[in-house]
Design a protein around this ligand. Structure first.
Ligand SMILES: Cc1ncc(COP(=O)(O)O)c(C=O)c1O
Length: 399
């Protein structure tokens, strides 16, 4: 059996929607992006939706709109895809890492609270949250904490009530990285709407895809105007094609991508239900494997939007050997996530070392994303679970 790690779930109507666009002369900045954005406002209740050409671009524009710049401190976690940290670095601001809750992989609220308090006190208290080294661009006095970028890991929202309480007490902006959580909900509130800004991503393994693409949502009118200008080479309303009020980017989402996203969004509910069913099959068929812990969904998550299905293996198991054995059997798997602070460029820039964020590192060593998409059949899930059972015998660590 040939199993794919992930697979877009496209309908005939989705393909036809893209085809229809290429029959027209409007391939960029036409009606599709407007309709896609309007559909997002309707889905989330947000005042503004701004389509961009990746989730990373969306997060970057939020960082710019929040006025985060050189030597500002931004709290986030090292258990994420690198983009949530990179967008801080793009502006020469400084990521301040906070470790995670081992059950969910989301930001640890107690540590966040302590970190923000210590940073506000400055001096030695603040120092223990800061990296060992700072790049040459960041020499000179550091500024106060300006923001938090919580990540809704694997489709489960972080704990936003305390996050927003901390943020409002210390005047921090909250940029919700909901790139993995489209359709998820926290205490009945839609993922993406839980901070000042929310960002979704549409890479082909996501709940809906546009090939490449992303969407920002916010209720801040001024920030929305600014981000619309920045995504379009800095052209403010009223600027001509060759007038650029701001330093901007080409972060535009083209019409083919927007049409695909719009069509996919129309059957989001069905797409999410299919993914939930696949996750349910995994839960069921992994239930009796003692060495495997399935994903933990906390009560505050009133809806998980299944992005990936990530298991945690027992410390007695050599996770990398297990992964190799599964790959040899035609079952692709990924260690997910690989801690951001231990990426080579992060070690070089900031002097991070193994041991700095133990919970992230432990999860990084023991987690394994299994093949997952809404197109998977139950027999494929059973096949993966059987291969896991077989491989676990040979993947035991030597005593
Ligand atoms: C948590 C998280 N943040 C940001 C991104 C970036 O999205 P993109 O790949 O569209 O730039 C991703 C994408 O996988 C992600 O999972």
């Amino acid at each position: 059996m040939k199993i794919r790690m992930s697979s877009p779930d496209l309908s005939t109507a989705d393909r036809a929607a893209v085809n229809a666009v290429v029959q027209t002369p409007n391939l960029s900045m036409g009606p599709q992006i407007k309709a896609f954005e309007a559909a997002f406002c309707q889905l989330t209740g947000a005042q503004h939706a701004i389509g961009v050409n990746s989730g990373t671009a969306g997060l970057h524009l939020c960082v710019r709109a929040a006025g985060i710049g050189i030597n500002d401190l931004v709290l986030t976690t090292p258990f994420s895809f690198v983009a949530s940290t990179n967008v801080i670095l793009f502006e020469n601001a400084i990521p301040v890492f906070v470790d995670i809750d081992p059950a969910t992989g989301n930001i640890d609220i107690h540590q966040l609270s302590r970190a923000v308090e210590d940073l506000s006190r400055g001096g030695e208290a603040a120092q223990r949250w800061l990296p060992r080294n700072l790049p040459s661009v960041n020499q000179g006095p550091l500024n106060r904490a300006k923001g938090i970028i919580p990540v809704d890991v694997f489709g489960q929202p972080a704990d936003y009530d305390p996050i927003n309480q901390i943020a409002s007490h210390y005047d921090l902006v909250v940029i919700e990285d909901s790139c993995e959580a489209l359709g998820g909900a926290y205490k009945g509130r839609t993922a993406g709407t839980l901070g000042n800004y929310g960002v979704f991503a549409f890479y082909p393994n996501k709940q809906i895809t546009t090939g490449e693409g992303g969407m920002i949502i916010t209720n801040d009118d001024q920030a929305a105007d600014f981000m619309r200008a920045l995504r379009n080479q800095g052209r403010a309303p009223g600027d001509t094609w060759l007038q650029h009020t701001h330093l901007g980017y080409n972060y535009r989402l083209d019409e083919m991508s927007a049409a695909l996203g719009l069509s996919q969004l129309e059957h989001l509910e069905e797409l999410l239900q299919k993914r939930a069913q696949v996750a349910g099959w995994y839960d069921q068929h992994l239930a009796n494997i003692a060495e495997v812990t399935p994903p933990k969904i906390v009560p505050a998550t009133t809806r998980v939007s299944w992005f990936v299905y990530v298991i945690k293996v027992d410390p007695s198991i050599d996770r990398d050997r297990l992964a190799q054995l599964l790959e040899n059997d035609g079952v692709p798997v990924r260690p997910y996530f690989s801690p951001i602070h231990l990426q080579p460029y992060m070690e070089k820039m900031f002097g991070y070392q193994p041991g700095d964020y133990p919970v992230t590192e432990d999860l990084g060593k023991r987690s394994l994303a299994l093949p997952f998409s809404g197109t998977m059949k139950e027999e494929e899930v059973i096949y993966v679970c059987e291969r896991i059972t077989d491989a676990l015998i040979s993947a035991q660590k030597a005593e």
